[in-house]
Design a protein around this ligand. Sequence first.
Ligand code: CTP
Length: 398
Amino acid sequence: MLRGKKILLGITGSIAAYKAILLVRLLVKAGAEVKVITTPAAKDFVPSLTLSTLSHHPVLSDLFDDQSWANHVMLGRWADVMLIAPLSCNTLAKMANGQCDNLLLAVWLSATCPVMVAPAMDEDMWHHPATKANLAKLESFGNKTIPVEHGELASGLTGEGRMAEPEQIIEYLERNFFLTRPLTGKKALVTAGPTYEPIDPVRFIGNHSSGKMGIAVAKELHSRGADVTLVLGPVPAPDQLNGITLKKVHTADEMYTAATSCFNDADITVMAAAVADYSPKQAAPEKIKKKEEGMSLELVKTKDILKELGGQKKKGQVLVGFALETTNEKQYALDKLAAKNADMIVLNSLNDKGAGFGYDTNKITIFDKSGQEINFETKSKEEVAKDIVETLIRLYYA
Ligand code: CTP
């Protein structure tokens, strides 16, 4: 993704500047052309000789010397992206106020390309309201921020403020500016969240699904170019939908109606919802009063949406199901793949640490119709969504 891209890397005076050496190396290895600008303070942390050798360009630091003047305007126009990593508290404050006392600031002020910053500072500085206000100002200018990490800091303390690792910075860069969109022109349908089956006006049968996994899949499909409809059970919708069409539902029956009405047009359907398998035969019109010691509810099976869609599936449509299991995981997942005529099943086992409901992480295995089994590590649900969508692209749209 970075091949041939022009990256202008600004390095400021922070101990995290040592990571910029690896950053340059990785950017160049990925095929990017890199020019480095350092602030005067950065030179104390990282040698220009190392940076110029790795970037294959002289390191720029001064606005002018006895002989020449650095053309800061053209540098900002040359770049596809200007990345400032690490961004120190001092340079952040100067940027927020539009100061221009070194080359890096002059280039930033005249840059016409997008800008991304990776702050690095000690925890107390990071949490100071002045820092927060300065960063908010930068974001209001349209600059993107790579979140800091929690960990050991230069002070010896442990806390928030560490610069993101070079590999993560590169991933941010790719995802924000250079992502390919192979799903452009494709329509996608995603179901997510639980369903609530009413017992009476105040009670329901539900489950612990947060909807996070399906929402992350919907966002990932959208960021890869698809036109996405998200059918979401009764959990909060994401703040930023960025063009995803949202259909809110409560019950399995409503989810069935919403999903089947969109399915015909969908090239890709991902059923991540935890649909109730049974629903009360009849919801009581009034609140049920407590009377006997025991109470029975008559339940009826809900419609299996995935199975129904698997039956309707036409050539060229890709159907992905989920399987959440506690025992005999692989066999149950393969049974679901076949029984529901899906193309891929994403298995998560509640026996895996950090997987399933309520976690921000998940651990999945993907099975596809050709018999492939692909195992993944425990990752954030956003990264898992990326794995699912990338697998789907590789298998059906490469
Ligand atoms: N599913 C569905 N409609 C249902 C039940 C499940 O569309 N009424 C979908 C889920 O969204 C998921 C897949 O089917 O993609 C598997 O769901 P899961 O609850 O794991 O399996 P079930 O088919 O319900 O079988 P069981 O509960 O016996 O494991």
